[in-house]
Design a protein around this ligand. Structure first.
Ligand code: ACO
Length: 321
């Protein structure tokens, strides 16, 4: 390895206190714990308090990531925050986090790639660091999807939850523990398969999430398998080189089907969808925090991060932790 690369220094997560079980949803709508578990693997999700904003979740996750990294916010020169549920249309949620951290220098902005947002934000920060424009970056995935769900629609409202996760990245030289590569894709022809039916320039409303679940499922498994193959091939690696897959947590069936196609066993996949549901851009750093926190992921492990989301957007990253 030569030249300037990006290293993970720490990860942090924050989940709202309120737990909503499948049984609680079944008391409100025509669904059941058995249906939700069987089709998705979800048992429960966290829902933000009425006064809790995406930036509040993001700020707490960021503080925890900084503490894990042993770094102070004033050492950062970049915040890239992935969200599809910003506090406001503008300014960016990243600048709210910047202010909350008491950081007055550097640059802060949002990235919008829905469930792939964390991989996109990671790729942006990695390119800033490798180009020498940034030395120390905070990359955040934070969402309050509960605010854009149509709670009268059982097909979508049972699938999502709220949460945030963050990582601290730093430039390194000649250290095998670094981000190997990131791989991003999108195909806007599929915009109507997973979308929000509102927005400032179309309906002037926030809108609600709409999804063609079966179509999304099919595309997800195909696209994720292809981008993971691409990431492995780019680094001359096979699936056996992966210690842990840290995937976007859309649905247990997607995770299992993708793992099977790639030849990566369930025992090497970090799963949090059962407790968190789908937290969109927050799900990868939340899963990373879970794997690091309980000691499964340890220094030097090879990690594969992958995600697919609305757009469609999808991507993967390989990193030695
Ligand atoms: N409770 C009970 N019954 C339900 C519910 C519910 N919450 N939702 C739908 N049903 C019913 C349907 O009405 C249908 O009834 P019918 O047979 O009488 O018409 C039946 O269950 C089957 O519906 P399908 O939509 O065909 O069910 P499917 O097996 O496809 O599962 C699901 C639906 C879970 C959404 C699946 O398609 C899926 O996982 N898709 C991927 C979507 C996803 O994960 N999106 C996340 C965002 S994208 C991403 O992050 C990758």
């Amino acid at each position: 390895m030569t030249g300037r690369r990006t290293q993970f220094r720490g990860v942090g997560a924050y989940l709202p206190e309120r737990i909503v079980t499948n049984d609680e949803l079944a008391a409100r709508m025509d669904t059941s714990d058995a249906w939700i578990r069987e089709r998705t693997g979800i048992r429960e999700r966290r829902i933000a308090a009425p006064d809790e904003k995406t930036s509040d979740l993001a700020l707490e996750a960021s503080r925890r990531a900084l503490a894990a990294a042993g770094r102070d916010a004033c050492e950062l020169d970049l915040i890239v925050l992935a969200t599809a549920t910003p506090d406001r249309t503008f300014p960016s949620t990243a600048t709210a986090v910047q202010a909350g951290l008491g950081m007055t220098g550097g640059a802060a902005f949002d990235v919008q790639a829905v469930c792939s947002g964390f991989i996109y934000a990671l790729a942006v920060a990695d390119n800033f660091i490798r180009a020498g424009q940034s030395r120390s970056a905070l990359v955040i995935g934070a969402e309050t999807f509960s605010r854009i769900l149509d709670w009268n629609e059982r097909e979508t409202s049972v699938l999502f939850g709220d949460g945030a996760g963050a990582v601290v990245l730093e430039a390194c030289e000649d250290d095998p523990r670094h981000l190997l590569s990131t791989h991003l894709h999108s195909d806007g022809r599929h915009g109507d398969m997973l979308y929000v039916d509102g927005g400032p320039s179309s309906t002037r409303t926030v809108g609600h999430l709409r999804m063609k679940g079966r179509e999304v499922f099919k595309h997800a498994v195909t696209n994720l398998t292809e981008v993971v193959d691409e990431a492995l091939a780019a680094n001359g690696l096979g699936p056996e080189a992966i210690d842990w897959v840290v995937p976007h947590q859309a649905n247990l069936r997607i995770l299992r089907a993708t793992g099977r196609k790639l030849g990566i066993g369930d025992d090497r996949v970090i799963v949090t969808v059962d407790r968190h549901a789908n937290t969109s851009a927050a799900s990868i750093p939340l899963a990373l925090a879970a794997g690091v926190g309980d000691g499964r992921i340890s220094e030097g492990d090879m990690l594969l991060l992958e995600a697919m989301g609305g757009g469609f957007t999808w991507g993967a990253a390989l990193a030695r932790w």
